[in-house]
Design a protein around this ligand. Structure first.
Ligand code: NAD
Ligand code: UGA
Length: 469
């Protein structure tokens, strides 16, 4: 029986390994983490992350060939294949602060693998890492290896949160990068055999290590760039009377462009797009390519601009002040069908409105009050000026409320801001909401989910992204 151990039981490690266990009953999969609460949650009925379909997969395999454990060293030493799926955030201090990936967790995992291993292993980079990381990992492993053979593979993950299980069941592609040596090719084949249990062979792409590492950064950069492109157009639409949905539809009909991922929004969020582009920017700068670096930096600048633009529009349309006015925030997660709030645009929007002394009432079906308060209390780290932390006023945080119902959030409010595209926001009883709001009742749709025409008939003043008033 092949034994797999995955270091890091997060948004990637947990779902990815659960699906491998489901699709490969003859493989034993152990997911390990240093976080005791996380592992306890993975072993309970309340998994640490909300992801449609995940509960069913975990229930099916847990205790059979899928295990979650904090005994990191034991399971690493017993494994044939070790996936490393630890977090790789942006560095906030020191060389490259604000851009470079912080590989502290990765390096400590690699050193631990070298120390506890007693047999040959394939070590798989699952985390998103800068191109050439495998070379550094290889050095750490081989210089500490005591004669053990390690093969490093790059196998970046392309799942999106909210659709992780569907994405893992039916991936567009699986990418495996390895050394072009007999040992490297053997390792690539071993990993390919795992995926071949459910992924058609033509969708498993094998490349050299650096292409695989860079393709992951490139894919996220291209995806984020599409959103910044359509968001940049949304500003022009608002200025000219064009409708961004119509423009996106017309543009996306060109088969060379394609229709997906062209929804204008308040801005993209999530733990990866900004981090991975900044990482790409840093790599370009280090390689003497400032023009290329600036090109990608602009994707993030437009995203920041879009979030600021949203806040300014709210304040400007409400007679230039929201001071003391109740503003309902519908949705806090960075996208629907997840409880994840990392880099959610809601943080910037809420902070912007709190800065103008608004009284916020926040509702999200999957995000806890604790999480919202923690996110808003945290000083904002500015990637462009990493030495400046923008402080948050504790009184402003105290003044906001977090509620468990959209109707509660909107009662007596002057304005509603929709910041996440949860399906339930499409079918709320907007007449009831309008009746219970202050007048004029403003609605700012940061995700273009409501039928603006119908809401205007009710009496709302509606501002959508990139659409005529
Ligand atoms: P996460 O923060 O949810 O999980 C990482 C886990 O690793 C944490 O639980 C942490 O406790 C654990 N960890 C850190 N150091 C450890 C160590 N030395 N030993 C054991 N456990 C350790 O992160 P994530 O969202 O799962 O992302 C992981 C990586 O995958 C990142 O590089 C990210 O860029 C990439 N990625 C994420 C997504 C996504 O949708 N979140 C998608 C594709 C790729
Ligand atoms: C993204 C990529 O889609 C995954 O392929 C990748 O594996 C992952 O990053 C990663 O490396 O972490 P994720 O961030 O989970 O996945 O979710 P997306 O669906 O890509 O959405 C990201 C953000 O863009 C969200 O805030 C979403 O609301 C926003 N978005 C997305 C738009 O504003 N418009 C769109 O048309 C699409």
């Amino acid at each position: 029986m092949v034994k797999i151990c995955c270091i890091g039981a997060g948004y990637v490690g947990g779902p990815t390994m659960a699906v491998i266990a489901l699709k490969c009953p003859s493989i034993e999969v152990v997911v390990v983490d240093i976080s005791v609460p996380r592992i306890t949650a993975w072993n309970s009925d309340h998994l640490p992350i909300y992801e449609p379909g995940l509960d069913e997969v975990v229930k099916e395999c847990r205790g059979k060939n899928l295990f979650f454990s904090t005994e990191v060293e034991k399971h690493v030493s017993e494994a044939d294949i070790v996936f490393v799926s630890v977090n790789t955030p942006t560095k906030t201090q020191g060389l490259g602060a604000g851009k470079a990936a912080d590989l502290t967790y990765w390096e400590s995992a690699a050193r631990m693998i070298a120390e506890v291993s007693k047999s040959d292993k394939i070590v798989v980079e699952k985390s998103t890492v800068p191109v050439k990381t495998a070379e550094a990992i290889e050095k750490i492993l081989t210089h500490n290896s005591k004669g053990i053979n390690f093969q490093i593979l790059s196998n970046p993950e392309f799942l999106a949160e909210g659709t992780a299980i569907v994405d893992l069941f039916n991936p567009d592609r699986v990418l495996i990068g390895g050394r072009e040596t007999p040992g490297g090719e053997k390792a690539v084949k071993a990993l390919k055999d795992v995926y071949a249990n459910w992924v058609p062979e033509e969708r498993i792409i094998c490349t050299n290590l650096w292409s695989a590492e860079l393709s992951k950064l490139a894919a996220n950069a291209f995806l984020a760039q599409r959103i910044s492109s359509v968001n940049a157009m949304s500003a022009l639409c608002e200025a000219t009377g064009a409708d961004v949905s119509e423009v996106a539809h017309a543009v996306g009909k060109d088969t060379r462009i394609g229709p997906k991922f062209l929804n204008a929004s308040v801005g993209f969020g999530g733990s990866c797009f900004q981090k991975d582009i900044l990482n790409l920017v840093y790599i370009c700068e280090c390689n003497g390519l400032p023009e290329v670096a600036n090109y990608w930096k602009q994707v993030i600048k437009v995203n920041d601009y879009q979030k600021t633009r949203f806040v300014n529009r709210v304040v400007a349309s409400m007679f230039n002040t929201v001071s003391g006015k109740k503003v309902a925030i519908l949705g806090f997660a960075f996208k629907k069908d997840t409880g994840d709030t990392r880099e959610t645009p809601a943080i910037d929007v809420c902070k912007g409105l709190l800065g103008d002394k608004a009284m916020l009432s926040i509702y999200d079906p999957q995000v806890t009050e604790d999480q919202i308060r923690r996110d808003l209390a945290m000083n904002k780290f500015d990637w462009d000026h990493p030495s400046h932390l923008q402080p948050v006023s504790p009184t402003a945080i105290k003044s906001l409320s977090v509620v468990w119902d959209a109707y509660d959030a909107t009662r007596d409010a002057h304005a509603v801001c929709i910041l996440t595209e949860w399906d339930e926001f499409r079918s709320l009883d907007y007449q009831r909401i309008y009746d219970n709001m202050q007048k004029p009742a403003f609605l700012f749709d940061g995700r273009n989910v409501v039928d603006a025409k119908k809401l205007r008939e009710i009496g709302f003043i509606v501002y959508s992204i990139g659409k005529p008033l």
